[in-house]
Design a protein around this ligand. Structure first.
Ligand SMILES: CC(C)(COP(=O)(O)OP(=O)(O)OC[C@H]1O[C@@H](n2cnc3c(N)ncnc32)[C@H](O)[C@@H]1OP(=O)(O)O)[C@@H](O)C(=O)NCCC(=O)NCCS
Length: 193
C-alpha cells in the first residue's frame, strides 16, 4: 500500500461529480440529518431497529462520527442547485489491511431513483482506491432494499456472503447481504469505461 496520504487529500473539501458534488459536512447539516433520520422509510431501509433515531441520538451520531474523525463522511449535494440531499461515509478505515466499510443515505426521498446516490458511491470508490490507496471496500445491505443492491451492483460491488434471515421486517425474515469491491476489480471497471 502507498504511504498514508496527507490529511487534506485524505478528507477533501470537495469531490465533484457530474450529477452531485460531495462536500465536507458543516455543523448546520445537523438540521437535515435530524429530518432524514426521523423518517420511517429511511429507518426501515437502514436500521435493524424499526423506529427512527431520536433527536438526541442523531445529534450524538452527527457530532461524534460525521463531524468527528471516526468516519470519513461527506455530504451529498445536487450539482446544479447545491441542494443537500444525503450523506455517505467510510467507517472502520483500517490502514494495516487497506479496508473500510461504506455507508450511504440519501435522506431526501424525492432524490431517490435519480442516480445521485449511485454517483456519490462511484466518487467515494474513486477516492478510496486512488487517494486512500485502499484494497477493499465492503458494505452490508438488507435483502429487501432492491434499489440499494442494484445501485451497489452498478458501482461494481459483488455479493460475498449473507447473514441468513438476520432481520425480521414486514412480517418475514430477510438476509443481510455482504458486498465488497477490491482495488483491482475497480481498476478493471474504470479501464473498461
Ligand atoms: C440506496 C441509494 C443510495 C441508491 O441511490 P439512488 O441514486 O437512489 O439510486 P439510482 O437512482 O442510481 O438507482 C439504482 C438502481 O435501482 C433502480 N431502482 C430505483 N428505484 C427502485 C426501486 N424502488 N426498487 C428497485 N430498484 C429501483 C434504478 O432503476 C437503478 O437501476 P437501473 O439503473 O438499472 O435502472 C438511495 O436510494 C438511498 O440512499 N436510499 C435510502 C437509504 C438507503 O437505502 N441506503 C442504503 C442502505 S444499505
Amino acid at each position: 500500500m502507498a504511504a498514508a496520504p496527507e490529511r487534506e487529500s485524505w478528507r477533501p473539501e470537495v469531490i465533484p461529480g457530474r450529477l452531485v458534488v460531495l462536500r465536507r459536512h458543516r455543523a448546520e447539516n445537523l438540521r437535515a440529518f435530524t429530518r432524514w433520520y426521523a423518517d420511517h422509510d429511511v429507518a426501515r431501509l437502514t436500521r435493524y431497529q424499526v423506529s427512527p433515531l431520536s433527536n438526541d441520538e442523531v445529534q450524538r451520531f452527527f457530532y461524534a462520527r460525521i463531524m468527528g474523525s471516526e468516519f470519513l463522511a461527506m455530504a451529498i449535494h445536487v450539482r446544479d442547485t447545491d441542494r443537500l440531499i444525503g450523506t455517505c461515509a467510510f467507517s472502520q478505515l483500517d490502514g494495516d489491511h487497506g479496508s473500510t466499510l461504506y455507508h450511504i443515505t440519501v435522506g431526501e426521498r424525492d432524490a431517490w431513483g435519480k442516480g445521485y446516490g449511485t454517483e456519490a458511491t462511484e466518487l467515494m470508490l474513486a477516492h478510496a482506491f486512488t487517494r486512500l490507496a485502499l484494497h477493499r471496500v465492503a458494505l452490508t445491505v438488507f435483502e429487501f432494499n432492491s434499489r440499494a443492491i442494484r445501485s451497489y451492483e452498478k458501482c461494481g460491488f459483488v455479493v460475498e456472503g449473507r447473514a441468513r434471515q438476520a432481520i425480521f421486517r414486514d412480517g418475514q425474515f430477510w438476509d443481510e447481504i455482504h458486498m465488497s469491491i477490491l482495488a483491482d476489480e475497480w481498476e478493471t471497471r474504470v479501464r473498461r469505461s
